[in-house]
Ligand binder design. Sequence first.
Ligand code: HEC
Length: 145
Amino acid sequence: MLKSFWFWTLIVFIAMQFFSLDIPAKLPIKKDEELQTSSEVMNILKRSCYDCHSSEVKAPWYYKVAPISWFTQVHVKNARTVVNFSKWNSYSKEKQYKVLDKIPKSLLIRMPMPIYTYMHKNTILTKKEKKIVSKWAKELKEEIK
Ligand code: HEC
């Protein structure tokens, strides 16, 4: 009985692997499309946002293992739709404005996603870091208005 339970669990697990999303962690990067700003801001974004909002996602081993992959890859897909910082310069001013407008609020509770910071403690932003990113977003927003 127990043996067949694990047998079927294994079969289901293997079967799940055939339903992959194929959202690549890495996409081709064009240097001139990448966001460029102070290293202070870049370091924070790279540490805390680039695992979803970029073309250079650092994929852990489970990135491709279903069922976890279904969640991680959908997050990356949706996050890139909102903003992919590796493609920043290819966006219209309107789109950039919209994103910058949302950043300060997003940092209050939603970003980086709590389920992600729970798994990756080093991506939690301090109050000071949030202030730095918010200030950057507000200033750049005014600049491109
Ligand atoms: C684990 C993946 C992940 C990380 C890390 C992450 N995001 Fe997101 N982000 C998402 C997803 C998924 C969405 C779109 C769905 C949603 O709004 O929940 C999103 C949406 C957003 C939005 C739009 C919010 C809105 O109100 O429409 C902003 C702005 C944003 N993220 C900024 C950031 C910033 C800044 C960081 C880093 C400090 C960050 N995100 C880190 C996954 C992530």
